[in-house]
Design a protein around this ligand. Structure first.
Ligand code: ADP
Ligand code: MG
Length: 363
């Protein structure tokens, strides 16, 4: 009999480990963008402009007018687990920011070329820095790696180029620039609706320096959620929206609140449009999805789907944002009871509206 020899266990190279870890967080251009948008929002920006080339694979650029980054912090900006937002484990249960793990920029720097131009209000000039694999890198061969003074606006301009240049399998798995751009537009649109007081812009360019491409998403800021939905999804929809609010319910011991805008029976789209935010974070939940479909099953004809924007505010201590590397999947206490309560409110709001309409046409 042939002897089966055990394989030798070797330690992976550090750079490979980091690249694998980065892939867990940054799946595609849209997931990088989500992290960058959240950083801009965390920095208190009131204007966020996104520029995209080839679905974000060639270029993904975010300009915000937020706090900017202190020059002294630039050397560790892209190191793993460097954050200005979390310092003790207790802090996780009272999080009010999107970020907390200091992993996003580090991850991006392992799978793309990353550079930043940033200016705080108190500094007289902006600083430019480039990063590779978590650390500062010279912008050009022969130059030093340290940040260089330059012209720039208050806030931060982050440029991500050649995403996944060093992970060819990941790059090959992504379908097309057009498909990736659609996902990017979705992320920007959803955040623009939820943050209707903030001005968003998203456009694609073919050559970064040539021409003023028309923006595909533009919101003025300072609007209401309904106005922004009208602007981005069409005014016909905004006329068919019902507001549903569930406030301080005694369904569970903890306080929570839900604000929703849901389409009525007049609106019939081909696919369910669900904008779900839990504590201001864009998330997905198959449970909520199913509950919404259940609510509309008796209201819309077969094959028709509604528009639902749902913002849930829960006690931060009831939410664990750390179950999923992308923070996309969020779990919270009393999930079932809360979703059922919201569904009931949606159901009765829809029934109430349709019966009042029947009443109107009868008289
Ligand atoms: P996290 O958001 O989890 O802290 P990130 O890697 O996304 O981690 O960002 C690291 C740090 O860089 C943040 O804590 C923040 O201090 C700073 N930062 C990132 N983006 C911006 C921005 N657009 N404006 C100001 N500061 C930023
Ligand atoms: Mg972040």
């Amino acid at each position: 009999a042939t002897e089966i020899l055990p394989a030798t266990i070797r330690r992976l190279e550090e750079s490979l480990i980091n690249r694998i870890a980065a892939g867990e967080i940054i799946h595609r251009p849209a997931s990088a963008l989500k992290e960058l948008l959240e950083n801009a929002l965390d920095a208190g920006a009131t204007s966020i402009k996104v520029t995209v080339k080839d679905g974000g694979l060639k270029l993904l650029q975010i300009q915000d007018n937020g706090s900017g980054i202190r020059k002294a912090d630039l050397p560790i900006l892209c190191e793993r687990f460097t954050t200005s937002k979390l310092s003790t484990f207790q802090d996780i249960s009272s999080l009010t920011t999107y970020g907390f793990r200091g992993e996003a920029l580090a991850s991006i720097s392992h799978v793309a070329h990353l550079s930043v131009v940033t200016k705080t209000r108190s500094e007289s000039c902006a600083w430019r820095a480039c990063y590779a694999d978590g650390v500062l890198t010279p912008p050009k061969p022969g130059q030093t790696a340290d940040p260089k003074p330059c012209a720039g606006n208050d806030g931060t301009l982050l440029t991500v180029e050649d995403l996944f240049y060093n992970t060819p399998t990941r790059l090959a798995a992504l379908r097309s620039g057009a498909d990736e751009y659609k996902r990017i537009l979705d992320v920007v649109t959803h955040y623009a609706v939820h943050n209707s007081s903030i001005s968003f812009q998203c456009k694609k360019v073919h050559f970064i320096l040539v021409g003023q491409a028309q923006a595909d998403v533009t919101t003025p800021g300072g609007s209401s959620v309904v106005q922004t939905v009208g602007l981005l999804y069409g005014n016909t929809l905004s006329k068919d929206l019902i507001t549903v609010t569930v406030d301080k319910t005694k369904v569970t011991e903890s306080l929570w609140r839900a604000d929703a805008l849901i389409s009525n029976a007049n609106h019939q789209s081909k696919k369910l449009v669900l904008l779900l935010f839990i504590n201001n974070r864009l998330v997905d939940s198959s449970r909520v999805r199913r509950a919404v479909e259940g609510v509309y099953a008796g209201i819309l004809p077969k094959g028709a789907s509604p528009f639902v924007y749902l913002s849930l505010l829960l006690d931060p201590k009831d939410v664990d944002p750390n179950v999923h590397p992308t923070k996309k999947e969020v779990h919270f206490l009393n999930e079932e009871a809360i979703i059922e309560c919201i569904s009931d409110h949606m159901q009765s709001a829809l029934v109430k509206q349709s019966s009042s309409r029947t009443f109107e046409t009868q008289t």
